[in-house]
Each structure stands twice: as C-alpha cells, then as structure tokens.
Design a protein around this ligand. Structure first.
Ligand code: SF4
Length: 359
C-alpha cells in the first residue's frame, strides 16, 4: 500500500434543522492513499457527498462537523529543494482562510455532479468567480477558456498564454471537439455533457494530489464516460494522484477502485479491497447492493432483487444496527439492541455486523 494522503478519523457531521438533528456522517474512518482510488458506495443520502465536502472543510450550512479529524499528508518543497510531508488537520483550518483555499482546487480538487452554478442575488460576481476558481464550477456569464485559465493560474505558476494552452490541451483530452475554438465558448453554448467534461478538465488541469469525483460521469453517455475514466487513470499514473470516487454505479467503481467503503445512513458498514467487496462481500447491505445489479457471466435471465423496505427516517433512526429493519438476517433481541462494532474478517477487510462478532 502506498503512502497515506488523507486519513479520515471518526468523522461526525450533524445537520441541526427545525425538525431535529440529522446524523449525516457518524464516525466515518478510512484512508485515501497516493496513487490509489478509493470507491465510496451507498444509496442516495447515505453521507457520501457530505463526507467528501468535509474533506475540503466546506460542509454546507446548517451542517457542522462535530467530531473527528481529517489529516492531510501535505507534500511541499523544502528549503533545500527536497520534499517534506507535513500533516495538517483540515478541520483546524479557517474554512475561508488562504491555506484551505490553496488546498481546495489546487491540491485536492472536486468534481460535482452539476457543472453549472446559477447566479444568486446574494452573491456578487466576484464571489461567484472565487467560488468557481476554488470549486471548479462554471459561471454562465464567462467564456469557458477564461474560467479555466483563471483556475489554472490560481494554482500553478504559469503565464496567461500558457494557462490558455493548458486549457486547450485539457479540453482536447476530455474529448471536446475543436478545442481551440470551443475554448472561447460560453457555458450555455455547450451541451450538458460538454459542460461536465469542461468541469472535469478544469479539475484535472491543476494537477491535484487528490481528486474527489462525486458521481462525475452520471450525466455522460457511456462512450464519453469510458474516455473520462481512462483519462483519470492516465493522469493518476502520470502524477500519482489519489482519487476518491463516489458513485452508486457499482460497475464503474469496480473498474476504477482498488479499495471500497460501503456507507449506509451516515455509517461505514464495510471496507475492503475491490476484489473482496465484489467476490466475498460480508455485510448483508453490501450483498443486497450487489444483488440489485446485473452481474457479468450470469446470463440474461439472472434475477435482480431490490433492497427490502425503505431507508429509515433520519429523524427516527432504528436502535441497534441501523440496517436491521431491512436485513434478511435480522436476529430479534440482538440486532435491534446492540450496535455492531468493527470486526476484521480478512486481510484489510472489515465489517460492522453482529453475524461476525464473537460473543
Ligand atoms: Fe443484519 Fe444484524 Fe448484521 Fe445488522 S447486525 S446487518 S441486522 S445481521
């Protein structure tokens, strides 16, 4: 295993709203390594995206990090020209300060699902530009090439002309036709898929140490998706970039990731290598997720099953194991009373389920 880049330790994020408190992330612990891809899977609302935003110290209000650490192993050039690693707890940084702004976008980049940020009356144009530069969002009112060049210059020491050339090259690599002309287009002149590709190009053009990709290819057709995934892998090989790949598409994550964490209702319930998750899943929730997708080689008549029941109301979480109302292996009097702890079930394979806990 390569060196750690980000260690998330016992992260807890709460949303205090009128109806009560939502435990959006409740004790998440995992590590992202240089040059590796970590897949994060789970149903919508399980806390994947909130975890990703916490890594950039930008949990949206009224969300609040109430516990844990996010240790960033930051590589920097030393005075004698060699490289030193300093460990920064991202949660200790001022969320609006200069240091986190350098990290966001430049060192840890994030690709969102939705590329267009709409202008809101409470933001000045300058604030929109700052947000776009740090978070890789597209502004509708400015040429994509200018937005790309600005972001590149904010994080890399290059001239305006060099930044434009990098932008054109990245547009070419994400498959935008006629990139030399399209660099002068406005976002509304591009299709939704093209805007998504521009956003990916912006994130990758800063050569980040880590890329957080939150459902990055959901809006793209499969051939473009394959091209983007290839590009991410190429850049990972070139620059040793780490990727945190958040998705509900298990096929994509199987192709991209070496390690996977499975989230359910703000909790990580299983973590293991991609091979163990797909060929030897332990947690009943992981198994149910896998049974709900078609498997290669099982023929056209394979039966797919949906996960029983509904995701519980976040204001009234079940006692004991959070998955117990939906679990086919539910043990009455046990699973509804005892909160499962982590159990090691193999090399680097961990699960939170009472089926594996010794009495
Ligand atoms: Fe199912 Fe019980 Fe395991 Fe929870 S602890 S996943 S309810 S068997």
């Amino acid at each position: 295993m390569s060196e750690p880049l980000v260690e998330v330790k016992n992260l807890k994020v709460r949303f205090d709203v009128r109806e009560g408190i939502i435990k959006a992330v409740d004790g998440a612990t995992f590590t992202v390594h240089y040059g590796q891809t970590l897949g994060v899977i789970g149903e919508s609302g399980c806390g994947k995206s909130v975890t990703a935003r916490a890594i950039l110290n930008m949990v949206p209000k009224p969300g609040k990090v109430v516990g844990g650490e996010i240790l960033y192993h930051r590589r920097r050039p030393s005075e004698n020209g060699s490289e030193v690693t300093e460990i920064v707890n991202i949660l200790d940084l001022d969320p609006d300060g200069e240091e986190i702004r350098q990290i966001r976008g430049g060192e840890i980049a994030m690709i969102f699902q939705e590329p267009m940020s709409s202008l809101t009356p409470v933001y000045t144009a300058g604030a929109h530009i700052t947000e776009a530069v740090t978070l890789h969002r597209l502004l509708p009112i400015r040429k994509v090439g200018d937005q790309m060049a600005e972001t590149i210059q904010a994080h890399r020491r290059v001239s305006k002309q060099e930044a434009k050339e990098i932008a054109i090259e990245m547009l070419r690599r994400v498959g935008i036709p006629n990139p030399r002309e399209r660099v002068d287009a406005y976002p509304h002149q591009l299709s939704g898929g093209q805007r998504q590709r521009v956003m990916i190009a912006i994130a990758l053009s800063c050569q980040p140490d880590m890329l957080i990709a939150d459902e990055p290819t959901t809006a793209l057709d499969v051939s473009i998706e394959a091209q983007i995934l290839d590009l991410m892998r190429e850049l990972q090989e070139e620059t040793n970039m780490a990727i945190m790949f958040i998705t509900h598409n298990l096929g994509v994550v199987a192709e991209m990731a070496q390690e996977i964490v499975v989230m359910y209702l703000g909790n990580i319930v299983e973590r293991a290598s991609v091979v163990d998750i797909f060929y030897n899943p332990k947690h009943p929730y992981t198994r149910a997720l896998l049974e709900s997708i078609p498997r290669f080689g099982k023929g056209r008549r394979q039966r797919l099953t949906s996960i029983k029941g509904m995701v519980p109301d976040p204001f009234h979480l079940p006692s004991g194991c959070l998955f117990h109302p939906r679990c086919p292996h539910f043990m009455p009097g046990k699973c509804d009373r005892i909160e499962p702890k982590w159990t090691q079930v193999g090399d680097n394979h961990w699960v939170r389920c009472l089926l594996y806990e010794k009495e």
